[in-house]
Design a protein around this ligand. Sequence first.
Ligand code: ZN
Length: 172
Amino acid sequence: MASYPIRVFGDPVLKSPAAEVTDLDGRFVKLVDAMFTTMYDAPGVGLAAPQVGVPQRFFVYDVGDGPEVLINPHIVESEGEWSYEEGCLSIPGLAFEIVRPKLVTVQAHDVEGNEVIVQGDELLGRVMQHEIDHLDGVLMFDRLEKAERKLALKQWREHVESGERPNASHAL
Ligand code: ZN
């Protein structure tokens, strides 16, 4: 199965809210498979469709328990606070300490169209929040305080200019 090129910061698809998935047909299943391949090749632990240029509301992830896909996901409950250094496959090479809810409950659909409820604590909770942000056109930079964001964008420009090959492991 083919792997997609991952879109990076600056690509407008990453800033646009994605549309609900309506057709769970064979073509969609192939697309999900290609996203798994892309995520493992990267390597990353999560990947949202807009990151490969597909403006649809779904994402794939694997936090160590095998590949999963969540379609048209919504956060229905969130609890607590957890600080974690997040990386993003679309902002390769950089990572930022971001505080978000620790435990989230997500309602979504699987590839067969069944409703699923996934509760994620710590890493899984973080992955789901980060990927749902991608579906809303929100990036890590948008989750930083103003002063932090300015610094982060400067870091990004320097990083791009340096032309270094990014280390993307554990990115979302
Ligand atoms: Zn990301």
